[in-house]
Design a binder for this molecule. Structure first.
Ligand SMILES: Cc1cc2nc3c(=O)[nH]c(=O)nc-3n(C[C@H](O)[C@H](O)[C@H](O)COP(=O)(O)OP(=O)(O)OC[C@H]3O[C@@H](n4cnc5c(N)ncnc54)[C@H](O)[C@@H]3O)c2cc1C
Length: 564
């Protein structure tokens, strides 16, 4: 490490999660010696999934986490023993919620690609043309036609289950066969058709699970999803896509990848003479040592909020307010999805039917609001996730012997339930922002992040519409005990943070150009959620991965043309 040569690579990727893994794969495949810097510990596929095949009964407290052990994670969700190994302690990276914000982090190799719910729907021009049509944010510098082939590129490698639904506002993906719908979902689908014609659809959610693995997936060492539905522990089969099971081992096989875990990126170094970024400064998580690494190109994939923070902390004489931040917009227009609305109901019929087996995904109603023209008092729209089932209801817990066997073999089921959850597009506004605190530092001496994001009137109106429309759809389907509500959960609860380093045509109003390059520092590419100009209503990670693959290939071409 003492020699600068040994710390010099062709490319550096910051972060090894869903998008960073894609940058590593594409750059290594094209022959670039690539260093991936990851702030968390290393996690190797299979070897480091300690709970992957463990029964809940094998835990000391049947999967519960003692209160004293929860203190270090106060305010976080999912306090379960089977996933505690992915949790980030609150004192690992102190941050300030100027307004309430739930920030869900995954700091280890693979990032949140090990934790995600794997829902993957494409964007359409309804999304890319949204800001220009409806007059918010700035115009996206791309349209669907230009990026379509990159969606295909990513989907073929990842493996997506679903159907070709032929819905223009949710373009078809490259799919493998879907998981079945329940009889109640089939029924609800028909009810939507009957009452709303081709205006509302219930479809199989597209999700990153292998149902018909191809050669390319076997070559990654992955096999068919076993429907264990224990995905968030890490999957020994590689049945779902994660960086750990897919892109990182693929990059490793090229011999071009160096992965350095426990390397917290502090900032990007800027060479004033050459007017370009020269490398990255890290703090070693164990020794506290500062080390600089160098490369021709840098991909920033630390997840939205951390990518913003790294750029804000990358100060130089040329960029006193953060790298590329001439217009002062870095960290602004931070946005997320509106997951406040929830609904559930019951159905009296189908008492002769039960579900069989497990399903790692759900059904999905794509956005049906404001598609062709503005028709509501709020801008944009929302999709809904849908699930249903018949819970098994053990009537007695005190049975033993043959009566216990009998109750297990002849289980009593409750009636059918159906549940819905809202996934609304948030319209980015300048006041929703993040910045670095002037004096407070985290335990590594890096300025603390201040998050200042709140719901807008547009979000409130959208929740109201979701409630009314869900109630109406449930009612028309003949469901009863309908309960649709606004949970008032704070921003961030959707775990889809986006923006702050948005793409656009104009360097005066955006930070990145159409290739995800900083307008003012062309060898730095930001391709995670930070680049998002607007948020759509679709789960966004597929789009981050698509932009990453596209930008990485462009970067290599530009290097070959000697433009970088
Ligand atoms: C419970 C849950 C369910 C979700 N479900 C879905 C879903 O169904 N569909 C969907 O589209 N999205 C879903 N998401 C969101 C999805 O996980 C993220 O959008 C996606 O992982 C983002 O990819 P990324 O590469 O930007 O960040 P990440 O995957 O989070 O990776 C970022 C990496 O960067 C590292 N890092 C951070 N800071 C630094 C630093 N300073 N130096 C070095 N490394 C750093 C982190 O440790 C991490 O490994 C879900 C998320 C959660 C938590």
């Amino acid at each position: 490490m003492t020699s600068k040569d040994k710390r010099t690579y062709d490319a550096i990727v910051i972060g090894s999660g869903a998008s960073g893994g894609w940058a590593a794969k594409e750059l290594c495949e094209k022959g670039l010696r690539t260093l991936v810097l990851e702030r968390g510990r290393d996690v190797q596929h299979v070897k480091d999934y300690p709970t992957a095949s463990k029964g809940m009964w094998e835990y000391e407290l049947k999967g519960a986490v003692p209160l004293k052990d929860q203190l270090a994670y106060e305010g976080q969700r999912w306090m379960r023993a089977d996933v505690m190994h992915w949790k980030v302690r609150n004192d690992e990276q102190a941050f300030i919620q100027e307004k309430p914000f739930h920030w869900f982090r995954g700091y280890h190799t693979g990032g949140k690609s090990l934790l995600w719910a794997r829902q993957t729907q494409r964007w359409s021009d309804f999304d890319f043309e949204g800001p220009a049509r409806d007059g918010f944010a700035v115009d996206w510098p791309v349209r669907y036609k230009e990026i379509e082939k990159w969606y295909t590129h990513v989907e073929k490698f990842v493996g997506i289950s679903g159907k070709k639904d032929g819905i223009p506002e949710l373009p078809d993906s490259e799919v493998q066969k879907p998981f079945d719908m329940t009889c109640l979902e089939d029924y609800f689908k028909e009810s939507l058709k009957k009452h709303y014609g081709d205006k509302r659809h219930l479809i199989h959610a597209r999700c990153a699970h292998l149902t018909e693995p191809k050669e390319i997936h076997f070559a990654q060492g992955r096999v068919k999803c076993q429907s264990q539905t224990m995905c968030n522990r890490g999957c020994n089969f590689g049945g779902y896509f994660s960086s750990n099971s897919s892109t990182l081992p693929w990059a490793q096989k090229t011999g071009k990848l160096t992965l350095r875990p426990d390397a917290i990126v502090h900032s990007i170094l800027y060479d004033e003479k050459k007017s370009r970024a020269s490398g990255v400064r890290i703090i070693d998580r164990h020794s506290g040592e500062e080390i600089d690494f160098y490369a021709k190109i840098i991909f920033v994939n630390a997840s939205t909020i951390n990518s913003n923070a790294i750029l804000l902390n990358s100060k130089s004489s040329r960029f006193p307010n953060g790298l590329g931040n001439d217009n002062g917009l870095l960290g602004k227009y931070l946005s997320c999805h509106n997951y406040r609305g929830k609904g559930n109901a019951v159905y009296e019929g189908f008492t002769d039917k039960i579900t069989s087996g497990r399903r790692p995904t759900n059904a999905y109603i794509p956005n049906f609001r404001n598609l062709q023209k503005q028709e509501t008092p709020f801008l944009r729209g929302y999709a809904s996730g849908i699930s249903s089932g018949r819970p098994f209801n053990p009537e007695r817990t005190d049975l033993i012997g043959s009566s216990l066997t009998d109750s297990i073999l002849n289980p009593k089921y409750q009636g059918w339930y159906i549940a819905s959850w809202m996934m609304g597009e948030c319209v980015p506004v300048e006041s929703n922002h993040m910045r670095l605190h002037e004096s407070l530092k985290d335990k590594y001496g890096i300025p603390q992040i201040v998050l200042s994001v709140e719901w807008t009137e547009n979000d409130d109106l959208m929740v109201k519409d979701y409630q009314e429309q869900t109630e109406e759809m449930f009612h028309r389907a003949g469901f009863s005990n309908i309960n649709v509500r606004d949970t008032k959960s704070p921003p961030g609860s959707d775990i889809h943070e986006m923006g702050g380093v948005r793409m656009g045509h104009d360097a005066k109003t955006s930070l990145l150009n159409k290739w995800n390059q900083l307008h003012h520092c062309k060898n730095v590419f930001v391709t995670d959620g930070a680049c998002m100009t607007s948020t759509g209503s679709q789960n966004p990670t597929l789009t981050f991965m698509m932009f990453t693959a596209r930008a990485a290939n462009y970067a290599v071409d530009e290097l070959n043309r000697r433009n970088l």
